[in-house]
Design a protein around this ligand. Structure first.
Ligand code: ATP
Ligand code: MG
Length: 335
């Protein structure tokens, strides 16, 4: 059976971008059947930027609750946190020695996150894509559902797999495909239509959190930056209007329509009437998830048990692949 892997960082609370670009699609992949789905809370990625330890613990459990509340069934998918499966870090070291410095220097996420102060960011932030390659390849996963922002990292994963195979003269690692589908592969900030919505954005008004209540969601959408024109009558009219396009795409993804269908229905409307429709839709879709997350968070021990059981299953797949990788490299006593 084909195997899918993807991850989300516990670097803050889940956003609408994470839900539409990742979680919702993870659930669809799981429910499709016939595919082994491995979903990881990548806590080791999160600490590439500073995380307060208590907040990291909380965010990890809350993210697990978010996965389950969105529809991930820990019996049908493997759900766990990365640090419980040491093979990720172990394979990442091999990949640190396969990947080239120049490859890493081209990664736009590193440039965005390091900003102008790149001398003072962690070495881990720079090496992040090699760990991500290990996350995927330690399961021999062939498909990786991600948002648009992660396409470059999955392509680098392919380069690392290909170089490893070539360096050692083996056909060991598959070259995984990024799967980037739907109307919301890149949800933009509500404050700036040219920046991605992110859980680590300092402005809470830039994003909708899965823990936001109905009033907060309505307020954030009402205050979302837009231009003064009404929605265009045709999809082409969204050209050069990033904020309008973003709200249309969000509507489309939540309603399971295409952006064209949303324009056919709402074209010509003022934002004064489109925004309340969007807010109602967002609340209708998210409120049940928010409520279920809160319910699950009342029993953190149960969440920890689910993650430990998932880690055990993940380890069963990862350990033999790691062992074989060590043998290929020539390590004595690989186990
Ligand atoms: P951070 O700001 O800490 O990087 P993030 O919101 O970017 O957090 P990640 O954990 O880095 O979240 O990414 C998890 C998944 O969510 C990835 O598949 C990523 O592509 C997807 N994703 C993140 N932001 C968006 C977005 N704005 N639109 C669509 N998908 C997104
Ligand atoms: Mg990110």
């Amino acid at each position: 059976t084909p195997r899918v892997f993807s991850g989300i960082q516990p670097s803050g609370g889940l956003t609408l971008g994470n839900y539409l670009g990742a979680l919702k699609r993870f659930v669809e992949t799981q429910d499709q059947g016939g595919i082994e789905t491995v979903y990881c809370i990548v806590d080791m990625h999160a600490i590439t930027v500073w995380q307060d330890p208590e907040k990291l613990t909380h965010a990890t459990r809350e993210l697990a609750a978010g996965f389950i509340a969105s529809g991930i069934d820990p019996a049908r998918s493997i759900l766990f946190n990365q640090s419980q499966v040491p093979a990720h870090a172990q394979l990442a070291w091999l990949f640190n020695c396969v990947a080239r410095l120049g490859w890493m220097q081209r990664m736009t996420q590193f440039k965005d996150k390091a900003g102008k102060n790149s001398e003072n960011v962690s070495l881990g932030l720079f090496a992040y894509p090699a760990l991500m390659a290990a996350d995927i390849l330690v399961y021999h996963a062939t498909h990786v559902p991600v948002g648009e922002d992660q396409k470059q990292h999955v392509e680098l994963t392919r380069d690392i797999a290909a170089k490893f195979n070539n360096d050692f003269g083996v056909e060991f690692f598959p070259l995984p495909e990024p799967v980037i589908e739907g109307a919301a592969t890149r949800v933009m900030s509500l404050r700036d239509g040219t920046r991605k919505m992110s859980k680590s954005d300092p402005s809470d008004m830039s994003r909708i959190n899965l823990t936001d209540d109905a009033d907060t969601i309505a307020k954030k959408i009402r205050k979302a930056k837009t231009d003064p024109e009404p929605l265009p009558e045709t999809p082409e009219g969204l050209e050069g209007r990033p904020e309008a396009r973003n709200l249309v795409n969000i509507y489309a993804a939540l309603a399971e329509l295409t952006p064209e269908q949303v324009i056919a229905e709402h074209g010509g409307q003022q934002f004064g009437s489109f925004k309340p429709s969007l807010a109602d839709l967002a609340v209708a879709r998210l409120a049940p998830i928010t409520a279920e997350m809160a319910r699950l968070m009342q029993d953190p021990a149960e969440i920890d048990r689910i993650l430990a059981a998932g880690a055990e299953r993940a380890n069963e797949i990862a350990a033999p692949i790691l062992k074989r990788s060590y043998e290929i490299v020539g390590m004595v006593g690989a186990r």
